[in-house]
Design a protein around this ligand. Structure first.
Ligand SMILES: NC(=O)c1ccc[n+]([C@@H]2O[C@H](COP(=O)([O-])OP(=O)(O)OC[C@H]3O[C@@H](n4cnc5c(N)ncnc54)[C@H](OP(=O)(O)O)[C@@H]3O)[C@@H](O)[C@H]2O)c1
Length: 305
Protein backbone atom coordinates (compact mmCIF):
# COMPACT_ATOMS: atom_id res chain seq x y z
CA UNK A 1 0.00 0.00 0.00
CA UNK A 2 1.21 3.52 -0.87
CA UNK A 3 2.12 5.35 2.35
CA UNK A 4 2.29 9.13 2.65
CA UNK A 5 3.58 10.92 5.75
CA UNK A 6 2.18 14.44 6.20
CA UNK A 7 4.49 16.36 8.55
CA UNK A 8 2.78 19.43 10.02
CA UNK A 9 -0.70 17.94 9.70
CA UNK A 10 -2.10 20.21 12.44
CA UNK A 11 -1.40 23.40 10.48
CA UNK A 12 -3.51 25.40 8.03
CA UNK A 13 -2.19 23.62 4.95
CA UNK A 14 -1.39 20.24 6.54
CA UNK A 15 -5.02 19.74 7.63
CA UNK A 16 -6.28 20.38 4.10
CA UNK A 17 -3.72 17.91 2.70
CA UNK A 18 -4.72 15.17 5.16
CA UNK A 19 -8.37 15.76 4.36
CA UNK A 20 -7.75 15.51 0.60
CA UNK A 21 -5.55 12.40 0.86
CA UNK A 22 -7.98 10.61 3.18
CA UNK A 23 -10.35 10.45 0.20
CA UNK A 24 -7.89 8.18 -1.67
CA UNK A 25 -9.06 4.84 -0.35
CA UNK A 26 -6.01 2.73 -1.19
CA UNK A 27 -3.43 5.12 0.35
CA UNK A 28 -2.32 5.13 3.96
CA UNK A 29 -1.79 8.60 5.41
CA UNK A 30 0.50 9.05 8.43
CA UNK A 31 -0.05 12.55 9.88
CA UNK A 32 2.29 14.18 12.41
CA UNK A 33 1.93 17.24 14.63
CA UNK A 34 4.02 18.88 17.33
CA UNK A 35 2.03 20.98 19.84
CA UNK A 36 -1.51 20.92 18.42
CA UNK A 37 -2.11 17.36 17.33
CA UNK A 38 -5.11 15.19 18.11
CA UNK A 39 -5.32 11.43 18.64
CA UNK A 40 -4.81 10.78 14.90
CA UNK A 41 -1.43 12.50 14.70
CA UNK A 42 1.94 11.12 15.78
CA UNK A 43 3.96 13.63 17.81
CA UNK A 44 7.17 14.56 16.00
CA UNK A 45 9.57 17.44 16.69
CA UNK A 46 11.27 17.85 13.32
CA UNK A 47 14.20 19.70 14.96
CA UNK A 48 15.20 16.35 16.53
CA UNK A 49 17.11 14.55 13.76
CA UNK A 50 17.14 11.24 15.68
CA UNK A 51 13.36 11.38 16.11
CA UNK A 52 12.96 12.17 12.40
CA UNK A 53 15.12 9.20 11.47
CA UNK A 54 13.26 6.85 13.81
CA UNK A 55 9.91 8.09 12.45
CA UNK A 56 10.90 7.47 8.82
CA UNK A 57 12.33 4.02 9.64
CA UNK A 58 9.25 3.03 11.65
CA UNK A 59 6.59 4.37 9.29
CA UNK A 60 8.42 3.55 6.03
CA UNK A 61 6.63 6.18 3.92
CA UNK A 62 6.86 6.11 0.13
CA UNK A 63 6.40 9.88 0.08
CA UNK A 64 6.63 12.72 2.61
CA UNK A 65 4.72 16.00 2.42
CA UNK A 66 6.53 18.55 4.59
CA UNK A 67 4.21 21.36 5.72
CA UNK A 68 5.81 22.01 9.13
CA UNK A 69 7.55 25.39 9.31
CA UNK A 70 7.83 28.69 11.12
CA UNK A 71 5.89 30.83 8.66
CA UNK A 72 5.37 34.04 10.65
CA UNK A 73 7.78 36.67 9.23
CA UNK A 74 7.88 38.73 12.45
CA UNK A 75 8.75 35.67 14.57
CA UNK A 76 11.51 34.68 12.12
CA UNK A 77 12.87 38.23 12.12
CA UNK A 78 13.14 38.26 15.94
CA UNK A 79 14.70 34.80 16.21
CA UNK A 80 16.39 33.82 12.93
CA UNK A 81 18.25 30.93 14.61
CA UNK A 82 14.98 29.31 15.70
CA UNK A 83 13.56 29.87 12.21
CA UNK A 84 16.58 28.17 10.65
CA UNK A 85 16.28 25.17 12.98
CA UNK A 86 12.79 24.54 11.62
CA UNK A 87 12.94 25.91 8.08
CA UNK A 88 16.44 24.74 7.13
CA UNK A 89 18.01 22.14 9.46
CA UNK A 90 14.81 20.12 9.88
CA UNK A 91 14.31 20.05 6.09
CA UNK A 92 17.82 18.65 5.72
CA UNK A 93 17.29 15.88 8.28
CA UNK A 94 13.94 14.89 6.75
CA UNK A 95 15.54 14.82 3.28
CA UNK A 96 18.44 12.70 4.60
CA UNK A 97 16.12 10.16 6.24
CA UNK A 98 13.89 10.09 3.14
CA UNK A 99 16.84 9.51 0.82
CA UNK A 100 17.97 6.51 2.88
CA UNK A 101 14.47 5.09 2.58
CA UNK A 102 14.00 6.05 -1.13
CA UNK A 103 11.00 8.22 -0.29
CA UNK A 104 10.01 11.22 -2.44
CA UNK A 105 9.78 14.51 -0.51
CA UNK A 106 7.47 17.40 -1.35
CA UNK A 107 8.46 20.42 0.74
CA UNK A 108 6.46 23.64 0.84
CA UNK A 109 8.20 26.97 0.25
CA UNK A 110 7.08 30.53 -0.28
CA UNK A 111 6.87 33.41 -2.76
CA UNK A 112 8.84 35.43 -0.15
CA UNK A 113 12.07 33.93 -1.57
CA UNK A 114 11.70 36.72 -4.17
CA UNK A 115 12.07 40.47 -3.56
CA UNK A 116 8.79 41.39 -5.28
CA UNK A 117 10.23 44.04 -7.61
CA UNK A 118 9.85 42.25 -10.99
CA UNK A 119 6.82 40.00 -11.11
CA UNK A 120 5.83 37.51 -12.35
CA UNK A 121 8.51 35.10 -11.11
CA UNK A 122 9.49 32.00 -13.02
CA UNK A 123 10.93 28.95 -11.21
CA UNK A 124 14.39 29.85 -12.57
CA UNK A 125 14.36 33.51 -11.56
CA UNK A 126 16.97 34.53 -9.01
CA UNK A 127 15.65 34.63 -5.45
CA UNK A 128 16.46 37.64 -3.28
CA UNK A 129 14.57 37.39 0.01
CA UNK A 130 13.93 40.63 1.91
CA UNK A 131 13.40 39.12 5.37
CA UNK A 132 14.61 36.32 7.64
CA UNK A 133 11.57 34.16 6.85
CA UNK A 134 12.23 34.27 3.10
CA UNK A 135 15.96 33.72 3.67
CA UNK A 136 15.34 30.65 5.86
CA UNK A 137 12.86 29.17 3.36
CA UNK A 138 15.33 29.72 0.51
CA UNK A 139 18.06 27.95 2.49
CA UNK A 140 15.54 25.19 3.22
CA UNK A 141 14.90 24.78 -0.52
CA UNK A 142 18.63 24.45 -1.12
CA UNK A 143 19.06 22.01 1.79
CA UNK A 144 16.34 19.79 0.31
CA UNK A 145 17.60 19.82 -3.27
CA UNK A 146 21.27 19.37 -2.24
CA UNK A 147 20.36 16.35 -0.12
CA UNK A 148 18.02 14.50 -2.46
CA UNK A 149 17.24 14.53 -6.17
CA UNK A 150 14.01 12.66 -5.44
CA UNK A 151 12.35 15.81 -4.12
CA UNK A 152 10.17 18.77 -5.05
CA UNK A 153 10.03 22.30 -3.65
CA UNK A 154 6.51 23.69 -4.09
CA UNK A 155 6.44 27.49 -3.72
CA UNK A 156 3.12 29.01 -2.67
CA UNK A 157 1.84 32.53 -1.93
CA UNK A 158 -0.55 33.77 0.80
CA UNK A 159 -2.78 30.88 1.91
CA UNK A 160 -6.32 30.79 3.28
CA UNK A 161 -8.79 27.97 3.82
CA UNK A 162 -10.69 26.19 6.59
CA UNK A 163 -9.37 27.60 9.88
CA UNK A 164 -9.54 26.93 13.61
CA UNK A 165 -9.66 30.69 14.35
CA UNK A 166 -9.39 34.02 12.49
CA UNK A 167 -5.69 34.37 13.43
CA UNK A 168 -4.66 31.29 11.46
CA UNK A 169 -4.39 32.94 8.05
CA UNK A 170 -3.30 36.45 7.09
CA UNK A 171 -6.58 36.67 5.10
CA UNK A 172 -9.01 35.84 7.91
CA UNK A 173 -6.91 37.66 10.53
CA UNK A 174 -8.32 40.88 8.99
CA UNK A 175 -11.88 39.95 10.09
CA UNK A 176 -11.85 41.32 13.70
CA UNK A 177 -10.67 44.79 12.53
CA UNK A 178 -13.23 44.80 9.70
CA UNK A 179 -16.07 43.90 12.06
CA UNK A 180 -14.91 46.44 14.67
CA UNK A 181 -14.80 49.22 12.05
CA UNK A 182 -18.50 48.66 11.32
CA UNK A 183 -19.52 49.54 14.91
CA UNK A 184 -21.20 52.97 15.29
CA UNK A 185 -18.58 55.67 15.89
CA UNK A 186 -15.64 53.29 15.38
CA UNK A 187 -12.56 54.61 13.54
CA UNK A 188 -11.80 53.31 10.05
CA UNK A 189 -9.56 50.22 9.93
CA UNK A 190 -6.23 50.86 8.13
CA UNK A 191 -5.49 48.23 5.46
CA UNK A 192 -2.36 47.83 3.32
CA UNK A 193 -3.05 48.96 -0.26
CA UNK A 194 0.62 48.79 -1.29
CA UNK A 195 1.49 45.09 -1.65
CA UNK A 196 -0.26 42.80 -4.14
CA UNK A 197 -1.06 39.27 -2.98
CA UNK A 198 -2.53 36.23 -4.74
CA UNK A 199 -4.57 34.48 -2.04
CA UNK A 200 -4.54 30.73 -2.64
CA UNK A 201 -7.12 28.31 -1.22
CA UNK A 202 -5.62 25.44 0.83
CA UNK A 203 -8.08 22.80 -0.52
CA UNK A 204 -6.89 23.74 -4.05
CA UNK A 205 -3.26 23.27 -2.96
CA UNK A 206 -4.18 19.95 -1.33
CA UNK A 207 -5.82 18.85 -4.60
CA UNK A 208 -2.62 19.74 -6.47
CA UNK A 209 -0.49 17.85 -3.92
CA UNK A 210 -2.67 14.78 -4.40
CA UNK A 211 -2.09 15.06 -8.18
CA UNK A 212 1.67 15.38 -7.59
CA UNK A 213 1.65 12.31 -5.32
CA UNK A 214 -0.27 10.38 -7.98
CA UNK A 215 2.39 11.22 -10.54
CA UNK A 216 5.10 9.98 -8.15
CA UNK A 217 3.11 6.78 -7.46
CA UNK A 218 2.80 6.29 -11.25
CA UNK A 219 6.59 6.55 -11.68
CA UNK A 220 6.62 10.05 -13.21
CA UNK A 221 7.51 12.32 -10.28
CA UNK A 222 7.86 16.07 -10.66
CA UNK A 223 11.20 17.05 -9.07
CA UNK A 224 13.17 20.27 -8.54
CA UNK A 225 11.15 23.47 -8.11
CA UNK A 226 7.50 24.09 -8.97
CA UNK A 227 5.16 26.99 -8.15
CA UNK A 228 1.44 27.39 -7.72
CA UNK A 229 -0.61 30.52 -7.21
CA UNK A 230 -4.13 31.84 -7.17
CA UNK A 231 -4.80 34.13 -10.13
CA UNK A 232 -6.72 37.00 -8.49
CA UNK A 233 -4.38 39.87 -7.54
CA UNK A 234 -5.46 41.76 -4.41
CA UNK A 235 -4.03 44.11 -1.82
CA UNK A 236 -5.07 43.54 1.79
CA UNK A 237 -7.38 46.52 1.32
CA UNK A 238 -9.07 44.68 -1.58
CA UNK A 239 -9.23 41.48 0.47
CA UNK A 240 -10.81 43.40 3.37
CA UNK A 241 -13.47 44.86 1.07
CA UNK A 242 -14.37 41.41 -0.22
CA UNK A 243 -14.41 39.99 3.30
CA UNK A 244 -16.73 42.79 4.44
CA UNK A 245 -19.07 42.05 1.55
CA UNK A 246 -19.07 38.31 2.32
CA UNK A 247 -19.70 39.05 6.02
CA UNK A 248 -22.46 41.53 5.14
CA UNK A 249 -20.98 44.33 7.29
CA UNK A 250 -20.66 48.06 6.44
CA UNK A 251 -16.94 48.25 7.17
CA UNK A 252 -15.03 51.54 7.22
CA UNK A 253 -11.63 50.82 5.68
CA UNK A 254 -8.71 53.16 5.19
CA UNK A 255 -6.33 52.36 2.31
CA UNK A 256 -2.67 52.61 3.40
CA UNK A 257 -0.59 53.55 0.32
CA UNK A 258 2.79 52.75 1.91
CA UNK A 259 3.99 49.67 3.84
CA UNK A 260 3.38 49.75 7.57
CA UNK A 261 4.95 46.42 8.68
CA UNK A 262 8.11 46.55 10.77
CA UNK A 263 9.40 43.40 8.99
CA UNK A 264 10.15 44.17 5.32
CA UNK A 265 7.84 42.39 2.90
CA UNK A 266 8.00 42.13 -0.90
CA UNK A 267 5.57 44.19 -2.98
CA UNK A 268 4.43 41.70 -5.63
CA UNK A 269 5.77 38.15 -5.88
CA UNK A 270 3.31 36.78 -8.42
CA UNK A 271 4.43 33.19 -9.00
CA UNK A 272 4.36 31.81 -12.54
CA UNK A 273 2.54 28.45 -12.28
CA UNK A 274 3.15 27.37 -15.89
CA UNK A 275 5.32 24.31 -15.15
CA UNK A 276 2.39 22.60 -13.40
CA UNK A 277 -0.25 24.08 -15.71
CA UNK A 278 1.60 22.58 -18.70
CA UNK A 279 1.17 19.17 -17.03
CA UNK A 280 -2.58 19.84 -16.81
CA UNK A 281 -2.42 20.01 -13.01
CA UNK A 282 -4.17 22.13 -10.40
CA UNK A 283 -7.47 23.94 -9.98
CA UNK A 284 -8.47 27.38 -8.74
CA UNK A 285 -11.62 28.06 -6.73
CA UNK A 286 -12.76 31.69 -7.16
CA UNK A 287 -11.92 33.77 -4.05
CA UNK A 288 -15.46 34.97 -3.33
CA UNK A 289 -16.89 31.43 -3.32
CA UNK A 290 -14.01 29.98 -1.32
CA UNK A 291 -13.94 32.70 1.34
CA UNK A 292 -17.70 32.40 1.90
CA UNK A 293 -17.25 28.67 2.61
CA UNK A 294 -14.50 29.53 5.14
CA UNK A 295 -16.50 32.31 6.85
CA UNK A 296 -19.70 30.25 7.00
CA UNK A 297 -18.12 27.95 9.62
CA UNK A 298 -17.95 30.88 12.11
CA UNK A 299 -20.21 33.51 13.61
CA UNK A 300 -19.19 37.11 13.03
CA UNK A 301 -17.62 37.25 16.51
CA UNK A 302 -15.40 34.27 15.72
CA UNK A 303 -17.35 31.46 17.42
CA UNK A 304 -17.44 28.17 15.55
CA UNK A 305 -21.01 27.46 14.35
N1 LIG B 1 0.27 30.42 5.54
C1 LIG B 1 0.68 31.06 4.45
O1 LIG B 1 0.11 32.10 4.04
C2 LIG B 1 1.83 30.50 3.65
C3 LIG B 1 2.20 31.14 2.46
C4 LIG B 1 3.23 30.60 1.67
C5 LIG B 1 3.89 29.46 2.10
N2 LIG B 1 3.54 28.88 3.28
C6 LIG B 1 4.26 27.67 3.70
O2 LIG B 1 3.31 26.63 3.76
C7 LIG B 1 3.71 25.68 4.75
C8 LIG B 1 2.53 25.42 5.69
O3 LIG B 1 2.22 26.64 6.33
P1 LIG B 1 0.93 26.78 7.28
O4 LIG B 1 0.37 28.10 7.03
O5 LIG B 1 0.10 25.55 7.19
O6 LIG B 1 1.67 26.82 8.69
P2 LIG B 1 1.01 26.71 10.16
O7 LIG B 1 -0.47 26.75 10.08
O8 LIG B 1 1.73 27.70 10.99
O9 LIG B 1 1.42 25.24 10.60
C9 LIG B 1 2.74 24.96 10.94
C10 LIG B 1 2.87 23.47 11.20
O10 LIG B 1 4.22 23.24 11.61
C11 LIG B 1 4.19 22.40 12.75
N3 LIG B 1 5.39 22.60 13.56
C12 LIG B 1 5.81 23.74 14.15
N4 LIG B 1 6.95 23.48 14.86
C13 LIG B 1 7.20 22.15 14.69
C14 LIG B 1 8.22 21.29 15.16
N5 LIG B 1 9.23 21.73 15.93
N6 LIG B 1 8.17 19.98 14.81
C15 LIG B 1 7.17 19.52 14.02
N7 LIG B 1 6.19 20.28 13.55
C16 LIG B 1 6.21 21.59 13.87
C17 LIG B 1 2.95 22.83 13.49
O11 LIG B 1 2.60 21.81 14.42
P3 LIG B 1 1.86 22.15 15.83
O12 LIG B 1 0.92 23.28 15.54
O13 LIG B 1 1.18 20.84 16.16
O14 LIG B 1 2.94 22.53 16.79
C18 LIG B 1 1.97 22.97 12.33
O15 LIG B 1 1.44 21.71 11.99
C19 LIG B 1 4.96 26.26 5.40
O16 LIG B 1 6.09 25.71 4.80
C20 LIG B 1 4.89 27.74 5.07
O17 LIG B 1 6.17 28.33 5.04
C21 LIG B 1 2.52 29.36 4.05
Amino acid sequence: MFRVAVIGASGLLGRAVVRELAAVTDWQVVPTAFRHGGPQEAVLDVRDAHAVNAFVEREAPDAIVLAAAERRPDVCEHDPAAARALNVDAVRSIATAARQRGAWVLSISTDYVFDGTEPPYDIDDTPNPLNAYGQSKLEGERALLETSDNALVLRLPLLYGPIVGWHESAVTSLVPAIVASAQPGAPAAPMDAWATRYPTFTPDVAFLIRELLLRFADGAPVCGVAQWSGDEPMTKYDIAQRLAQALGVQARLLAQPTPTDSTPRPRDCHLDSSRLEALGMGRRTPFDAAIRAVLDAFTISGERR
